[in-house]
Ligand binder design. Structure first.
Ligand code: LLP
Length: 449
């Protein structure tokens, strides 16, 4: 968001490539001696007080991003995708900022509801919802269940029972290829999510749903993939779904009132990378929806989007302590005290990050190094080929921006390292939201001696 920041030491605005803070939270400021503060809290203080590895989340940045979405979709719904990161505080922030919530398990659902999120603003997803997921959804009274496969229709109808009623949507595969990596492309028929449009299955599912007295079909849904930085794939998906809405109206005389285009809005992980321009995207989406609906003589359905990454990703920073520096062949390995158990994304999707030395001013020239984790795998690389000062040494603190989405929510117990804590920062004050996972936690869970 911020592209340049006043440097108190230099007394001027600095924008050298190595000092580019454009992917950091907007509240980030430089401190003397190579320090950085987020929301007024120095990162070195956080590392000293809470130890490393540590995740930091800027509450103001999350809230500002929620508001930017609300402003971009004033007459639609913005539904935060909990899978990006969920905690009770995030549930509260998202609720207070007026967003809905997308959950995809009984676990996410029950955390949200017990933290006070209004169930009617919750959308329940999942390509393989378990009986427990569906029962929890019905018991909590979720606003929408998104049907992901034809077999789910009868299962849900049976679970709702003769006296019940549940609002549902159908997840349609529009046949649009988009997404930052093949593992996160979900808009085409050759992957596990949704019901294909092209072969008529989606239309059949709609017909079956309209026949179920206990299920109220409110509209169509699609989620074409993740880390998409251009509006075009969404516009194409929108056109195809409006085409389906028109077919449904022609065949059944019903104009479905809702259209949910999912999430997947791309962000920059390193300075200079593209990101989806949300206000421009929203304007084009809304204009295209109005145009297509006018062409098909359909009333304009209420639009929903489901961003996850774009809400929390840029608000998070991961802090690691350097444990060793090693030279191997032509490479330099900077090993830190976290790794693929707190951030599996580089190993899974080949994502590149831009770590930065904090808390020490170095005048050493930059050189490329692989920031690697502490796990027993050669693929445990956190940041490949990252430019770092040539004198980075054990004891140094490294900060990785854009760490708020799909890090802790995908964290594992690998090597019993323990999942890191998360601290929220706001107006100069840190607040521990998630504590560090300890050996005692593992012992409590391992009851089989
Ligand atoms: N709606 C649905 C139905 C989804 O499946 C997802 C993400 C979203 C919304 C939110 O997508 P977002 O705006 O956060 O891209 N672990 C991967 C991303 C997997 C996304 C899965 N579904 C990663 O770290 O890139």
């Amino acid at each position: 968001m911020t592209t340049s920041i006043a440097d108190p030491e230099a007394g001027r605005t600095a924008a050298a490539p190595a000092e580019d803070l454009s992917v950091w939270p907007a509240s980030t400021t430089r401190l003397p001696h190579g320090g950085l503060a987020v929301a007024g809290v120095p990162l070195t203080e956080l590392a000293d007080r809470f130890d490393t590895p540590l995740y930091v989340l800027d509450e103001g940045e999350v809230r500002a991003r929620c508001r930017a979405y609300r402003d971009a979709f004033p007459d639609g719904d913005v539904v935060y995708a909990a899978k990006a990161f969920l905690s009770r505080a995030v549930v509260r922030w998202v609720r207070e900022e007026g967003l809905g919530l997308d959950v995809c398990s009984a676990g996410e659902l029950e955390l949200a509801v017990t933290a006070g999120f209004p169930p009617e603003r919750i959308v329940l997803h999942g390509n393989a919802k378990s009986p427990r997921d569906l029962a929890a959804g019905l018991r909590c009274g979720v606003g929408r269940v998104v049907i992901d496969s034809p077999s789910e229709i009868a299962r849900l109808a049976a679970a709702v029972g003769p006296a019940g009623r549940q609002k549902v949507m159908v997840r349609v595969v529009p046949g649009v290829a988009a997404g930052g990596h093949h593992k996160i492309r979900t808009g085409t028929e050759d992957q596990k999510f949704g019901i294909p449009l092209s072969d008529g299955q989606a239309l059949q599912a709609v017909a079956r749903l309209l026949d179920q007295p206990g299920l109220e079909l409110t509209g169509l849904h699609c989620h074409i993939g993740s880390q998409i930085t251009e509006p075009e794939p969404y516009l194409e998906a929108l056109r195809r779904l409006v085409g389906l809405l028109a077919r449904v109206r022609d065949l059944h005389g019903v104009a479905l009132p809702e259209l949910d285009l999912g999430g997947g809005h791309g962000i920059a992980y390193r300075p200079g990378e593209p990101a989806l321009d949300v206000p421009a995207f929203a304007a084009r989406l809304r204009a295209e929806l109005a145009r297509c609906c006018a062409g098909a003589r359909l009333p304009v359905p209420r639009l929903a989007v489901e961003p996850g990454r774009a809400v929390v990703g840029p608000a998070g920073v991961a802090l690691y302590r350097v444990l060793s520096v090693k030279h191997g062949g032509a490479r330099v390995f900077v090993a830190v005290d976290g790794g693929m158990s707190d951030n599996p994304r580089p190993a899974l999707y080949g994502v590149r990050y831009a770590p930065r030395l904090v808390g020490r001013r170095s005048s050493a020239p930059l050189r490329r190094a692989d920031v690697v984790g502490r796990h027993c795998e050669a693929g445990d690389v956190l940041a490949a080929d990252a430019p770092l000062p040539g004198d980075v040494r054990p004891g140094d603190l490294l900060a990785v921006p854009v760490a708020g989405a799909y890090h802790l929510s995908m964290a594992s117990g690998y090597n019993l390292v323990g999942r890191p804590p998360l601290v929220a920062v706001h107006a100069g004050t840190p607040r521990l939201l998630l504590r560090r996972e300890t050996l005692a936690d593992h012992r409590r869970r391992d009851i089989g001696a």
